[in-house]
Design a protein around this ligand. Structure first.
Ligand SMILES: Cc1cc2nc3c(=O)[nH]c(=O)nc-3n(C[C@H](O)[C@H](O)[C@H](O)COP(=O)(O)OP(=O)(O)OC[C@H]3O[C@@H](n4cnc5c(N)ncnc54)[C@H](O)[C@@H]3O)c2cc1C
Length: 301
């Protein structure tokens, strides 16, 4: 049931490499992604997850806390979340988390959610566009011992401690009733994420983790010192909290590459060449022939 402050809503978001611009140096020798060389973006379906949480808060009241596990640079998606209406954000970062597969990632996220305390709903994106496994949401729910609703498209009803959720399925939709706390994985068709608000952007543009204080000082020299900047940020609740392995109740051998039974051996970039494309005449016969070919090659049907 909601606390006095209303519903406790947690959103798990990931900063991902913009896989539309993958280059040959995108992978390091040990099979992990070289995130420094790729432009980083907010995982698209995590924006839908954040939007669903914000709409829930507007409808039923509550507080939205956004968590991300990633390198210090991932603080950018936390600021983006504040610009859209998140109330609190936390960066979960530590070299010990590097190279984590979904098992290690979900273990770390579960521990961070437990550190947050009681919650009513967790919102995740259905899938991240880099690992593409759609495993972290369900794994995190399993580790927290709570029910999960995947492919959530809308929260239809809230009655007492139960929510009714519409799921998007290949062949239509399904209505699921579930007691809270539970975890939802949200699909892209759920909503149109709101853009960042200019007013919130102005209010939160200085929000920073201690890793970023030096950069902020360079951009805003009027603060004169890190100490003066820290005071300014603290007074305005603009310090982004950072949780490392030491801040979480975790077994270190379950973290990062060490805690990951799955290691990405190699990534091949599929670049389609012109000779592989085929001209289809834009008429019924042309489309009919294409569909037949796709069926024969078991691509559809
Ligand atoms: C090309 C490639 C292939 C990979 N293949 C595998 C594999 O087969 N098996 C495997 O175990 N690992 C694999 N990994 C590693 C995997 O990407 C990482 O474990 C990653 O942190 C989580 O998996 P995902 O990207 O598939 O996320 P998904 O499971 O698709 O993410 C679903 C949702 O979980 C939440 N979430 C995911 N990661 C985070 C995070 N770091 N912080 C906050 N919320 C998060 C978001 O809401 C996200 O939308 C692969 C990585 C790459 C780059």
């Amino acid at each position: 049931m909601p606390s006095k402050q209303g519903y406790k809503l947690v959103v798990l978001v990931k900063q991902v490499p913009d896989t539309h611009n993958v280059t040959s140096d995108a992978m390091t020798k040990d099979g992990t992604m070289n995130r420094a060389v790729l432009p980083a973006i907010f995982n698209p379906e995590d924006l839908n997850a954040l939007e669903m949480a914000l709409q829930f808060k507007e409808r039923y009241g509550g507080e939205v806390t956004v968590l991300t596990m990633g390198p210090p640079k991932a603080a950018e998606v936390l600021r983006e979340s504040l610009y859209r209406g998140a109330d609190q954000v936390v960066l979960i970062t530590d070299k010990k988390f590097a190279g984590a597969d979904t098992l290690a990632t979900s273990y770390t996220l579960k521990s961070a959610v437990e550190k947050l305390g009681a919650f009513d709903l967790i919102f995740c994106g259905r899938q991240a566009i880099d690992g593409d496994t759609a495993q972290v949401g369900p794994q995190t729910a399993e580790k927290l011992g709570i029910p999960q609703i995947t492919y959530a498209e809308s929260i239809v009803e809230l009655s007492g401690n139960d929510i009714v959720v519409q799921r998007a399925l290949d062949r239509g939709m399904e209505m699921v009733k579930c007691a809270m706390p539970c975890l939802l994985t949200v699909v892209a068709s759920a909503n149109r994420p709101r853009p960042a608000s200019a007013r919130k952007h102005i209010a939160y543009k200085l929000a920073a983790t201690p890793f970023e204080y030096q950069d902020v000082l360079q951009k805003w020299p009027e603060f004169e010192s890190i100490e003066a900047l820290e005071v300014h940020l603290a007074e305005r609740n603009l310090q982004i909290p950072v949780w490392t392995a030491a801040d979480l109740d975790v077994e270190e051998d379950k973290l990062g590459l060490e805690g990951s039974p799955t290691q990405v051996y190699k990534i091949n970039f599929v670049v389609l060449e012109a000779k592989e494309s085929k001209e289809v005449s834009p008429d019924h016969a042309g489309v009919e022939a294409l569909v037949q070919e796709l069926i024969q090659e078991y691509i559809v049907g």
